[in-house]
Design a protein around this ligand. Sequence first.
Ligand SMILES: [Zn+2]
Length: 120
Amino acid sequence: MIRRYVRRSIAWSVPGITLSVGSMVYALQYQKPTPTEFATFLAIAVPGMAMFVLGMMDLARAKRRHPAWGLLGIGGLLGAVGLLLIPDQSVIAASVCCTKCGRDLDIEDTACPTCGATRD
Ligand SMILES: [Zn+2]
């Protein structure tokens, strides 16, 4: 997987899933929510879902897949599991090594993250 997208995916999806779970916990307190309580639920749930989907879009990018695969994130953790099961195409593309230190390079690296050597 392409590391910088994996990092960004985690940065979006962890707060996203936290807000989503938080909105569910909040919603469980009310059997008949008032409009204000429902609006509060939406104010937590919608950004949480959006952040989670953005994270899943980056997870798709990390696997060199079209970002639209990230829409599986609408399915929550089940969608995330589905996305994780999709074969990683970055492995095929990443058979490039640093000519100086031999580290495996991501296809999008212009310089080696270890020794800083620029790619030919
Ligand atoms: Zn290197």
